[in-house]
Design a protein around this ligand. Sequence first.
Ligand code: FES
Ligand code: FE
Length: 320
Amino acid sequence: MKPEQRFAHPVLDASALGAAPVAVRLLGDDVVLWRDESGTPRAAPDRCPHRGTRLSLGRICAGQIECPYHGWRFDGAGRCVHIPALPDFTPRATHAVAIFGVIEAHGLLWLHLDPEAVLPRFDAETDPKLRKLNVGPYDVATSAPRIVENFLDLAHFGFVHEGWLGDRAHVALDSYRVEPTANGFVATGCRAWQPQSNRLSSEGSWVDYRYELTAPYAAVLTKLPEKQDGYRDEIALFVCPVDEDASRVWFRMALTDHDSSDEQVRTFQHTIFTQDQPVLESQRPRRLPLSGGEVHCAADRSSAAYRRFLGEHGITFGTC
Ligand code: FES
Ligand code: FE
């Protein structure tokens, strides 16, 4: 098993899986999701073991997925339970499809191959004082590591997010610290001057930033604006590594903002991310270079730590 397959990855909004099968892609493979009779989400390779047809083109009958070609049916454990051309035949165990583990969390469905796989931690999820909602998904034409590295990057605010998360008069960075954790690292001592830090901010303010890498393709940002006493944003970035150079992105927001509508929060975050997206999609190579080819400066401490983390953990999907 490749190192990246030892982690659970988000693939779909839980609310997007209803009565019909849904096709997704993860780590370069096609996967079909459906709900069994009890409503439990199930996942399998999107390829019928009979003749290779996409199971996601089929339908769900009593919680079993039916292949669109010859109607073979597979139950939630992946067993073939019915071959219509041979109604009295009991299909062999070898007629089964493999089944992936599915976890429902943070409003998303996560897939894993490894029973030991754990979700990236997001402690704010259980904080009753914070209001939660998801923004996304965004389909982005670049690798998952490019997106994570951009999320950890402070030096682009005054350029990419000018007038929002930064301005050109305040682009110099304080020195910040990066320390390893059990699952990644944490960057502290970061500060940014932000004209419009969140939807409720009414004036520019210094904002304390704390970043934590929580998995190869997930990170959490904590923002504390100095001028909004008691206000806190916790934003988790969850990236699905779809292909080496294509990703699907969600933001799980946990905010002190209980006043804005969901639509207003989404519009703010959408504005910010659609400022990042064209820059991200312009980067070449799309995969994150771990073995040279780009130059660095001291302000890139968190991105250097991220590249080192990927290298040390043998994560190759989305890197070159
Ligand atoms: Fe799926 Fe024949 S290809 S039942
Ligand atoms: Fe950005």
